[in-house]
Design a protein around this ligand. Structure first.
Ligand SMILES: Nc1ncnc2c1ncn2[C@@H]1O[C@H](COP(=O)(O)OP(=O)(O)OP(=O)(O)O)[C@@H](O)[C@H]1O
Ligand SMILES: [Mg+2]
Length: 364
């Protein structure tokens, strides 16, 4: 049960296709968990203005500081979180985390050398997977520091939901790839003494070549630490205290992605806790319908508007019926798997979406 996982696991990783609502659900899971536990952290990878605002933060202050911020007493009260429980929200700042790794691993002289290279300034954008890797690094540090009882990790938009779990392997492959082999300092053997890389120097120009050399030489020290962490992370995913929450909508493409993700998790032996079907069109509650009937009286004086509203109602009815059919089918396909439906909230206020989603998750 998701509720039990919220009360007892160490970490939930929220996965799903692009735009299905991963960040929203991660935040909602964090809120639901803080109603049960003392110190909860939500780590999101998106610099999402909407999310920062919904929690009462300025987006810049949340990103630039690099460290998570605590929710105010006011916002907690509005979300039904007890004053003694704490919810922290952190937006990943890849450069900040990378700087920290550098500062912990290299000597001050090495640090200076590395930071002066052009490659370093662009490293987090340049090296594919590094942004994601820093998310892992950050979460690992938070877990090991023991500051939080429970962590929800939102995952970045990826071409495929499962890409996130391949990051340790990808980073590992990159570290062992040819580009690193060319620049890395290596022990001399007959091969390297015969080979010379002056062609690379000619190709890149002397300055870039020597800078690249400095970059890769100092990076060699970081590489070992990154490789070691990749190994640790691959094991981390399969621990019992960690599980995945897969988010999807009922749309066919999102479902296709979900099936791929589920098969992948099975193959990698990564535990799947729950599937959340998000942004599902559901029938209006009786109270909402009553409000509409109330307006109908005024609308009788304006037949054109009344007709438009009638058409909108019919369209919505159609959407609801289609969604109900799809939810039924998905339920059959996922037999035996816990599935939670979170409805589409029609509200401009990001806070309302979080409040409603977290209540639906908790009520399940
Ligand atoms: N249940 C919901 N009801 C209404 N709006 C929602 C709901 N869930 C998400 N949204 C809205 O949908 C949009 C996308 O949501 P969100 O950013 O959480 O998706 P995401 O999967 O994290 O996207 P990305 O793949 O870009 O990271 C946002 O505007 C969010 O407010
Ligand atoms: Mg997101």
């Amino acid at each position: 049960m998701l509720k039990e996982a919220l009360a007892s696991k160490k970490c939930l990783i929220v996965c799903g296709g692009g735009g299905v609502g991963k960040t929203t659900i991660a935040a909602s899971l964090g809120i639901a968990a803080t109603r049960l536990r003392k110190r909860v952290l939500v780590v999101t990878i998106d610099p999402s203005k909407r999310l920062a605002e919904a929690f009462g933060f300025k987006e810049e202050s949340l990103i630039n500081g690099g460290e998570p911020l605590l929710l105010s007493a006011e916002v907690k009260a509005k979300l039904g979180i007890a004053p003694e429980n704490e919810l922290s929200v952190g937006i990943l700042n890849a450069k900040y985390v990378l700087n920290q790794i550098v500062e912990q691993t290299l000597t001050p002289i090495q640090q200076q050398k590395l930071k002066n290279t052009v490659l370093y300034a662009n490293m987090s954008n340049m090296i594919y997977g590094l942004q994601e890797y820093t998310a892992y690094e950050w979460v690992t540090r938070m877990i090991q520091a023991g500051k939080y009882d429970f962590i929800v990790l939102d995952t970045p938009p990826a071409a495929h939901a499962k890409d996130f779990f391949n990051v340790p392997d990808k980073v590992k492959n990159l570290m062992e790839s040819r580009v690193f082999q060319i620049f890395m300092p290596k022990k001399k053997n007959w091969f390297t003494s015969v080979m010379n890389f002056s062609w690379v120097e000619k190709l890149l120009g002397e300055r870039i070549f020597s800078e690249s050399r400095i970059f890769f030489e100092t990076f060699a020290t970081l590489r070992d630490r990154i490789l070691e962490r990749c190994e640790w992370l691959s094991r981390f995913f399969t621990q019992q205290e960690v599980a995945v929450v897969a988010v999807s909508t009922v749309e066919p493409f999102a479902q296709f992605e979900l099936q791929g993700l589920i098969a992948f998790l099975k193959q990698k032996r990564i535990p799947l806790q729950s599937v959340i079907l998000n942004q599902v069109e559901v029938r209006q509650s009786a109270a909402q319908d009553a409000t509409l009937t109330e307006y109908q009286e005024y609308l009788s004086e304006n037949p054109v508007l009344a007709n438009k509203i009638k058409l909108l109602h019919e369209r919505r009815e159609g959407l609801v019926e289609r969604a109900e059919l799809r939810v039924e089918n998905i339920k059959k396909n996922l037999a035996g798997q816990e599935m939670i439906v979170v409805s589409m909230t029609y509200d401009e206020d990001g806070f309302e979406i979080l409040r409603s989603s977290s209540e639906q998750i908790q009520a399940f």
